[in-house]
Design a protein around this ligand. Structure first.
Ligand code: IVH
Length: 675
């Protein structure tokens, strides 16, 4: 070797070591010491040196993580010890059966368990010899898998060399098992990119992970953001015998392998608690989890329990209710909303997802519909995660019946047949009909709703009847309804008519914020209506307000100001407002409360309350000058945590926000009694 080659060779060795170290900091310890740019610089230097000396390239060099040459097919690997799978349980009863069986078989009064998140990816096994990664395989049928070493090498989170610490020595041979997966963020990024490039989308992170690892061309795997966690190992040369699973996980960690969080509990009761907590916390995790794996902690007990067919008796997968299902699109219909927006909605064959039955899913707008190319007769994946509205993830193309056509979006309003055109913002197609009954029904319903004018008994059905019969053509017509007119409506009795008229009469005494909100101005929700009312105690003040005047209102941005300005300059709208005032509607200006416990404070309500509805609580707070917000942040002053409060409460605890229960909240309201 020449002197310069010897120097390069030393530098190569050092760079590899440094890069392995930084990978470990980044992927295993989650605490990087260098920036991505610095990492890339080291990598480039190594690449350059290796291209100068191709004979110094080794298969486990970090540069190989970009992927080597494609293979013809995967070699088969026979697993030294079979890769088992887990039996599933779906409810508490199933869990109790599992625990009882173990206690019966062992004669123990309690069994200690370890609870681990059940990652939704695919199982792999990795072999290290003398501390070096030599082989990796998929589970396959449990006995025989596929050799995906070249692909696994491209995972930056997989140490190609073990980095033992805490006095542990790398064993002569060890086989470790775990899961390859894609984090939610990476999955989204991956699918966004595929969408941009016009490639088919992955239905979920699991499919994306499996599809990415089982690629004959490792360069493709290298371009996919795969992550990895290990959770088991099989006995090997120089691997200590473990007393417990907890001890084993500690050992894997001290070899520098990525290990997920696991919780040890003394008995099945702890498993129940853990399950509740992880079900609640699943959406906050950075990766997809489809359940919790419950494992007997004691290794001797595991031995005694053994296995049945392909699953161990000492572990079980306690599944979460699925959040994704496939179902059939029976129809696609276009609805017209209060603002005239045409919204395509898929009517689905009812299916249970995330605990509720779903029979419709919005497709949002024409662009989205076209992008996903959902057609009548298609089988689709739908997803409902947490409280979010169900959405169609993708079409199962293989199941598309023959002869289907892409959905043709109407060019006219399906209700009033006026032209439907794309609005300024691009994606939304709106009905241009000023007197479109679809909008009017929705507008009247909104006008009368509880948080607006609060006309009891005037819901969607009645609003539709009133509009269809022509009794209501504008808001003010609501105040010109008479007993006789109402009695002409189908299914309207004397008593209901009287009750309705009474609540219409009552609604005249309203507040300025409610009144502004009831007008149904685009973008103007309850809180904007409130701030607007504070600056414009008389609604007519808005007729002459300039765009600048409106923009000056706290929390009103330029887009919103524009909409508000346009609204109050439209003569038809002024006419409608004047007619309401002439009919006797009297909006009281808001009282600006500057003192008291709630004045100027931001409050978040979470969990259930027994003494009052959330709506009432909100009103009480607002009456005292407070603001109610939907999410907890550093700006939150107070969190009212009712029954079964969840993630918001947790966040508040983390941020150190003041938290009160319902009882204490009621007391606060009392000390600051107003109104
Ligand atoms: S233990 C004998 N632990 O779930 C033990 N599996 O049906 C076998 N999985 O094939 C696996 N997270 O792909 C175990 N913390 C975890 C897991 C886990 C996900 C997967 C794995 C396995 C399947 C079981």
């Amino acid at each position: 070797m020449t002197a310069s080659k010897t120097a390069d060779s030393a530098r190569i060795a050092q760079l590899r070591k440094e890069l392995a170290y930084h990978n470990h900091r980044y992927y295993v310890l989650d605490s990087p010491e260098v920036s991505d740019a610095e990492y890339d610089r080291l990598m480039r230097e190594l690449q350059e040196l290796e291209s100068r000396h191709p004979d110094l390239v080794t298969p486990d060099s970090p540069t190989r993580r970009v992927g080597g040459a494609p293979a013809e097919k995967f070699e088969k690997v026979r697993h030294r010890v079979a890769m088992l799978s887990l039996a599933n349980v779906f409810d508490d009863e199933g869990l109790s059966d599992f625990d009882e069986r173990i206690r019966r078989q062992t004669g123990l009064p309690h069994v200690a368990y370890v609870c681990e998140p059940k990652l939704d990816g695919l199982a792999i096994t990795l072999t290290y010899e003398q501390g070096r990664f030599v082989r990796g395989a998929t589970r396959g049928d449990g006995t025989e898998g596929e050799d995906v070493s070249a692909n696994l090498r491209t995972l930056r989170g997989l140490p190609t060399e073990l980095l033992p610490r805490d006095g542990v020595k790398a064993p002569g041979m060890i086989e470790v098992r775990g899961e390859v997966f894609i984090s939610k963020k990476d999955f989204k990024r991956l699918n966004d990119k595929r969408e941009e490039e016009g490639e088919p989308l992955f239905a979920n992170p699991r499919n994306a992970a499996a599809g990415s690892l089982r690629q004959l061309d490792p360069r493709i795997t290298a371009s996919r953001p795969l992550s990895l966690f290990l959770y088991e190992c099989v006995p090997g040369e120089g691997v200590p015998a473990f007393r417990s699973h907890t001890e084993k996980l500690g050992y894997l960690r001290s070899l520098g392998l990525p290990v997920n969080r696991a919780v040890s509990v003394p008995s099945v009761e702890g498993v129940r608690e853990q399950y509740r907590a992880s079900l609640e916390g699943r959406h906050a995790l950075p990766f997809e989890v489809d359940g919790m794996v419950v494992k007997v902690d004691d290794e001797d007990l595991r031995q005694r329990l053994g296995q049945v067919s392909k699953s161990p008796r000492w572990a079980v997968a306690y599944k979460f209710p699925p959040e994704e299902e496939s179902t059939l699109v029976e129809d696609i219909q276009v609805y017209v909303g209060r603002t005239g927006a045409l919204t395509p909605v898929a009517h689905l064959k009812p299916v249970k997802v995330g605990g509720v039955t779903v029979s419709r899913a919005t497709l949002h707008n024409e662009d989205e519909l076209r992008r996903k190319d959902v057609r009548k007769g298609d089988t689709v994946f739908i997803r409902r995660a947490g409280d979010v509205i169900p959405e169609i993830v993708k079409v199962v193309e293989g199941k598309r019946p023959e002869g289907t056509q892409p959905f043709v979006f109407p060019t006219e309003c399906p209700v009033c047949h006026a032209a439907a055109v794309k609005d300024e913002e691009g994606a939304i197609i709106r009905c241009t009909g000023a007197t479109c009954p679809a909008q009017l029904v929705e507008k009247v319903r909104h006008f009368a709703s509880r948080t607006a004018m609060d006309v009891d008994g005037l819901g969607e059905k009645l609003a539709a009847q009133l509009v269809e019969t022509g009794l209501v053509k504008s808001f003010a017509d609501v105040y010109h309804l008479t007993r006789d007119k109402l009695l002409t409506l189908e299914r309207m009795g004397d008593k209901s008519a009287d009750n309705l008229l009474a609540s219409i009469e009552r609604s005249k005494q309203t507040t300025q914020p409610r009144f502004l909100y009831a007008l149904g101005i685009r973008h103007v929700g309850e809180s904007t209506a409130r701030v607007l009312a504070e600056s414009f105690p008389d609604v007519r003040g808005l007729y002459t307000a300039s765009l600048e005047d409106i923009t000056r209102v706290k929390d009103v941005g330029p887009t919103m100001a524009e909409v508000i300005h346009t609204f109050f300059h439209e003569p038809l709208n002024r006419e409608a407002i004047d007619a309401l005032l002439a009919a006797g509607v009297t909006p009281a200006p808001p009282v600006v409360v500057k003192t008291g416990v709630f004045a100027g404070k931001t409050v978040v309500l979470t969990g259930g309350m027994s003494g009052m509805s959330r709506e009432q609580a909100k009103e009480e707070i607002e009456r005292r000058g407070g603001k109610v917000s939907g999410s907890v942040s550093r700006k939150t002053d107070l969190v009212v945590a009712g029954e079964d409060a969840g993630s918001k409460l947790k966040k508040a605890q983390e941020l150190g926000v003041r938290i009160v229960d319902e009882q204490a909240f009621l007391q606060l309201l009392q000390t600051d009694a107003r109104g």
